[in-house]
Write a protein that binds this ligand. Structure first.
Ligand SMILES: [Zn+2]
Length: 424
């Protein structure tokens, strides 16, 4: 496998503003004085020993990147990459016959880095990505956007790693490390989830988890935006629902292995009477295998008008849920530990609204699980006809993807050009 490695913060412990002049090539790089993340050299050596091809991909200056790549790691490098711009990286791959051949199958590549820009670069290359967290983030350079803690998660990395050993494990078993629902669609069982919120207070925990990515634009083929739309398809098949619920069952299995307290209720965000297909969530919920008692806890106002999706932002969505969705009466919520299943996580409004209601009713530990979360939009390619940016769209009927130069009748500014994207 070709492992594209970010340098600062991924191999070297230099993601701080005091290294800026060095990274800009303004002062001479003395490689022996560069602080490394502990284990970085052993990690790169292990990659080489296993027959992989590590390549440093860095925005920094050649005066800095070249000696580090050569003297410390003995590997090739690409500098001044201007992430997430792909031009320099693709030029490097195309200049080498072996790399170019390998790039024809995106599964031969992995992008590893600590910033959303690394993940965005990987997404634009359609390769799988690993978001690393090898150091603590106090004094970090502004330009990487680190510190805004949901931003890298929203960029939709394929994997997460806290150690080099985690990265090696991902390389060893790429399919067995996917998010739980994405893995289920590959016929694999994992208990992996994106951890959006981990609040541990004196009243109990509040945790939000997501089990698959729903892409906006370029991404690796394991992201499941097409499956998200299939949930709403009246012709969605039993096989599809079973695979989806299996992903949830596998995740619940995993938390049961590690968590000590018992969950009193397993519930879901109920369907409205008008929801299509009818029992959209209930059918999935019923198929999930769980030892925790299943129960219906929520109810929509009978006269609910409009839909959550049409609310433009967090505030409006929050108001919509607060007003229209209520807890069922006659149920003992005091001190209960509750798991909630929903289909999609976007602004977190539903998760917060529901968790707040449950807490107000006396609930203790709350675990909110969404099947999918909407990842940030990433620019695709420009239209070959009119040169305007094209968007990747998904045909809601058959799940096929296509580039669209969206014309005015669909609220775009483009010429209407469509290019189909081969599945795979
Ligand atoms: Zn066009």
């Amino acid at each position: 496998m070709v492992i594209l490695l970010d340098l600062d913060g991924t191999l070297t412990d230099t993601a701080y503003s005091k290294y800026k002049e060095l990274k800009d090539g303004k002062i001479e790089t003395q490689t022996l004085k560069i602080p490394l993340i502990p284990g970085a050299i052993e990690f790169v050596n292990e990659l080489k020993r296993l027959g992989h091809r590590p390549i440093i991909v860095s925005d920094s200056h050649p005066n800095y990147v070249r000696p580090i790549a050569k003297n410390l790691f003995g590997i090739e490098q690409i500098n001044l990459t201007d992430k997430p711009n792909t031009t320099k990286t693709i030029d490097h791959l195309e200049a080498n016959e072996e790399l170019f051949t390998l790039f024809q199958n995106k599964d031969n590549f992995l992008m590893v880095g600590d910033s959303f820009l690394d993940i965005e670069l990987g997404r634009r290359l359609n390769v799988r990505t690993v978001l690393t967290k090898f150091y603590s983030t106090d004094d970090v350079e502004e330009r990487d956007g680190i510190g805004d803690d949901w931003k890298p998660l929203k960029m939709g990395p394929t994997y997460y790693a806290k150690t080099y050993a985690d990265v090696l494990e991902i390389i060893r078993e790429p399919l067995k490390n996917l998010l739980a629902v994405e893995a289920a669609f590959q016929g694999e069982k994992t208990g992996k989830a994106v951890r959006f919120k981990d609040f541990n207070g004196k009243d109990g925990i509040m945790a939000f988890r997501c089990l698959a990515r729903q892409e906006g634009g370029e991404i690796d083929k394991y992201s499941k935006g097409d499956k998200y739309y299939q949930i709403e398809n009246p012709l969605r098949g039993k096989d599809f629902l079973e695979t989806l619920s299996l992903g949830v069952s596998n995740y619940l299995d995993e938390i049961d292995r590690y968590q000590k307290f018992k969950w009193d209720y397993f519930t879901y965000v109920s369907d409205k009477i008008t929801t299509q297909p009818p029992n959209k969530m209930k059918e999935i919920f019923d198929l999930v295998e769980s030892k925790h008692p299943k129960i219906k806890l929520f109810e929509w106002r009978p006269d609910v008008k409009g839909s959550l999706r049409n609310q433009p932002n967090y505030e409006e969505r929050r108001k919509f849920i607060d007003f229209n969705l209520s807890l069922l009466d006659g149920i003992d919520y005091k001190g209960k530990n509750i798991i909630i299943l929903d289909d999609q996580f976007t602004t977190s409004a539903t998760a917060y609204s529901i968790s707040t209601k449950l807490r107000a009713a006396g609930a203790k530990n709350i675990l909110f699980i969404a099947l999918f979360y909407l990842v940030s939009q990433v620019h695709s390619m420009d239209c070959p006809i009119c040169k305007k940016p094209m968007a990747i769209k998904i045909n809601r009927k058959d799940g096929n993807k296509f580039y669209s130069c969206t014309p005015p009748r669909y609220k775009g500014e483009g010429c209407g050009n469509i290019i189909n994207i081969a599945n795979g």
